[in-house]
Write a protein that binds this ligand. Sequence first.
Ligand SMILES: [Zn+2]
Length: 203
Amino acid sequence: MARVSAAEALRRLREGNQRFVAGRRARPEPRREDLVAGQEPFAIVLGCSDSRVPAELVFDQGFGDLFVIRVAGNIVAPSQVGSVEFAASRFATRLVVVMGHSQCGAVTATVEELLARTTTQSRNLRAIVDRVRPSVQALLDGGCARDADVLIREGVRANVRVSTNHLRHGSELLEQLIREEGLRVVGAEYSLDTGVVDFFDGV
Ligand SMILES: [Zn+2]
């Protein structure tokens, strides 16, 4: 199978999300048997673990189509960078989507901490909040209202931008694939209300 370009991959995701929103899901037949010998996922999705944002469903894709990395708050730590590097180099996948979502619990926890509404957290949860905090702190420093709803809404998008920038510039391998092989890293936000995935920057 020919390599799927980033533009073609983006088109498939957009169309799949339109089917999902319209309730016209194609429900692709599982191709489990065909995939025993290998996989050629056409897109990599780094999304949140939130049970309401399953990438395969909201993009109406089937077995073997998406290489999905899920972690609370769709943060980028070394293991996420490594997972993207693995898929992009091993399977020649040319599109990476970092997908946040409205009402994200990880962003909410960070906002509540910064507004001093919470005090204690486990060290492990703190490791996630620590990666989200700079995005929310930057909003506060930039004059954003100390309103939790506003900070969560804007924080979700700021956090996605931080993650996309980290993937674009935090890995020599990914930088090379972007420069020479047409790899694209794009941000997106899923709306719990509408089911629509909004891709950033007009992509
Ligand atoms: Zn979330």
